[in-house]
Design a binder for this molecule. Structure first.
Ligand SMILES: *Cc1c(COP(=O)(O)O)cnc(C)c1O
Length: 468
């Protein structure tokens, strides 16, 4: 298994080589040269595997160079009840016949990002052990990624984390999850600015090639191929949990922002899993617009709405390029030309092209959800099923119910727990969501954070002076 990039031909690399890199040097994203396909006999055999064993079957196809025994142990240590609160890792809850919630948010930081970042941390540790080096992870977060990354990297050999977050803009619970970590390898930097300012700093610091290599800077953002690979596993697991045979079509409703989660579903489908994918956006509806019309028009920061499902407030869906690469027949020259149109300030329109006319073969549909839809869906799901869902999951449920084909089973992905978004839950239910006793009072714990103006030079200086 070799990896190519979405923007040039002929630079195939191994999984291990792509692991620590974010963007490829040509500005594209790494993708497998070809997706491994799963035979009918394999699907039948995979059905009865537990989560870690299923993950082994999938990850070993994408990363054959990891010694098999090592990989089995690493996956068993990652996907265990101690970390994910349930031996099923991603339990499937039945809401009513043919309507399910796939519970992806029982990891340490209560959002589905734990599933990928816990594995990424273990893979980084393996790779650094092989090469005898250390890594300084630099990231920007608007909430869920930062805490999932910090909790995953905590205590890992040779790894430090420098995480930028916009000062005062995350929920009190999200702040507490990150800033209450007191560890010599974790540095929280609260930047006086927005999430976009934080991201611009990360871009500028990693764009300084000399600094990047001298300081061994790595990233954990959602374009990392290994994160996507980790997420492929729960599409198989959820499918097996909801069906009895391997030929039934099932739809997944996926709350989407950067297109990472649903792109993993696309990979699962390309591998041969018989599923349909329903992309749910909030008011930031670039992706819905694309699947309806073929026009992809990334918004500017100023045109991006601040909504009550904030982890989906994305103006440019960074993983989308991987899907478009497949859509245009894996032709990197086409991708380069389309993204040049984006960089020239516009977007592109594939509406009316033969590729877009044939988009049905990829099994996508889409829809959007608004603040009012979110509140209504949270209240409805509570009233009908006695289940609390968070605002992002609610966007998925709303759009999924609207778009699913008649008679087809629908699996809604739960992307976070309600406790992370108390204010919106109060607006929907008239009360605070329930809270596990272990989480009571986390907002009152001491917090460890350094405040800093939005200045890349100061961030560099901070990294230099906190690295030995
Ligand atoms: C990150 C996130 C999303 C969006 O997922 P993408 O992979 O970026 O599409 C949705 N919901 C929650 C709670 C998230 O943290």
């Amino acid at each position: 298994m070799r990896y190519v990039t979405t923007r040039s031909k002929g630079t195939a690399k191994s999984f291990a080589e792509c692991l620590l890199e974010g963007l490829a040097p040509d500005g594209g994203l790494y993708v497998p040269e070809a997706y491994p396909t799963v035979s009918a006999a394999e699907l039948r055999r995979w059905r009865s595997l537990d989560y870690a064993a299923l993950a082994f079957e999938i990850v070993s196809r994408f990363a054959p160079e990891i010694p098999q025994e090592r990989l089995r142990v690493l996956l068993a240590e990652t996907y265990c009840a101690a970390r994910f609160g349930d031996p099923a890792i991603t339990p499937l809850k039945v809401l009513e016949p043919d309507l399910y919630l796939l519970q992806l948010s029982n990891g340490p930081t209560l959002a589905f990002k734990d599933i990928a970042l816990q594995l990424l941390a273990a893979l980084f540790e393996w790779r650094l052990g092989e090469t005898g080096t250390s890594l300084n992870i630099l990231g920007a977060t608007s909430g869920d990624t930062g805490s999932a990354a910090e909790h995953a990297m905590l205590g890992r050999h040779g790894i430090r984390v420098f995480m930028l977050s916009p000062k005062g803009r995350m929920s009190p619970f999200q702040r507490a999850q990150m800033y209450s970590l007191n560890d010599p390898g974790i540095f929280n930097l609260a930047i006086e600015g927005t999430f976009d300012d934080c991201q611009a700093i990360v871009k500028s610091v990693s764009g300084d090639a000399a600094f990047k290599s001298a300081m061994r800077i790595g990233t954990v953002n959602s374009i990392n191929w290994a994160r996507l690979m980790a997420q492929v596993v729960y599409y198989f697991k959820g499918y097996f949990a909801a069906t009895e045979t391997d030929d039934e079509q099932v739809a997944f409703a996926v709350p989407s922002g950067n297109f990472g989660n649903v792109c993993a579903g696309h990979v699962a489908r390309q591998m041969g899993l018989p599923i349909q994918l329903i992309v749910a956006t909030n008011e930031n509806d670039v992706l819905d617009e694309f699947f309806r019309t073929g026009a992809y028009r990334p918004r500017t920061a100023a045109e991006t709405h601040e909504t009550s499902s904030p982890s989906m407030d994305i103006s440019k869906a960074s993983n989308f390029e991987r899907f478009v690469f497949d859509l245009v027949g894996r032709d990197p020259d086409r991708v380069v030309a389309l993204w040049a149109q984006i960089e020239n300030g516009g977007g592109f329109n594939l509406g009316g092209s033969p590729e877009f006319d044939a988009i049905g073969r990829f099994g996508f549909t889409s829809g959007r959800s608004t603040h009012d839809d979110r509140l209504r869906t949270i209240a409805d799901v509570w009233r009908r099923y006695g289940v609390e869902i968070d605002p992002h999951t609610a966007d998925g449920v709303k759009v999924g119910l609207e778009r699913r084909a008649p008679g087809m089973k629908l699996i809604c992905l739960e992307t976070a727990l309600p406790v992370k978004f108390e204010q919106t839950m109060v607006a929907a239910l008239g009360r605070k969501p329930s809270r596990d006793p272990s989480l009571i009072g986390i907002e009152d714990k001491p917090q460890y954070v350094t405040e800093m103006p939005a200045d890349a030079a100061l961030v560099k200086e901070f990294i230099r002076s906190h690295t030995d």
